[in-house]
Design a protein around this ligand. Structure first.
Ligand code: FES
Length: 144
């Protein structure tokens, strides 16, 4: 049996406490992706983390400064959001049905709309289309 060095043990403990406080993060996965002509294509059948109404996958586009959050909405459609808080630019966390900014508490719905300030503007949302071949296409140059 492998024993964890103290530093790893403390990091795991901090993660466990943080995840519990945020309502769980069991479905979170990060997927490296590439963009082609301003579009990111992902296969729905390869994104297990998107299943269910609290589905969430963090996409990591090569060369981009920030990830893109891909979330399942209550009607089964998907939203692709910038995780950059529109108040002062912190990165929001997904907490169940909401996205919460750890800096000043702004809270957003899963479609990016503001539920609670101080942020006044929604998260940037990219248009998402679903192709007949089971691909989701995220259009980086277009808003939803
Ligand atoms: Fe997000 Fe202030 S930066 S609430």
């Amino acid at each position: 049996m492998r024993t964890l060095p103290r530093r790893e043990f403390l990091a795991l403990g901090a993660c466990a406490v943080g995840c519990a406080a945020l309502g769980g993060c069991a479905s979170t996965m990060t997927l490296p992706v590439t963009s082609d002509d301003g579009r990111i294509r992902v296969r729905l059948d390869e994104l297990e983390g998107l299943s269910g109404s609290d589905g969430f996958v963090r996409l990591s586009p090569g060369g981009a400064a920030a990830p893109i959050y891909l979330l399942t909405l209550s009607d089964g459609s998907h939203a692709a959001l910038s995780p950059i808080c529109t108040h002062l630019g912190c990165t929001v966390d997904v907490a169940g049905q909401r996205l919460v900014c750890p800096c000043h508490g702004s809270t957003y719905a899963r479609d990016g709309t503001v539920l609670r300030g101080p942020a006044e503007r929604p998260l940037r949302r990219y248009r998402v289309t679903e192709a007949t071949n089971g691909e989701l296409v995220i259009h980086l140059e277009e808003g939803a």
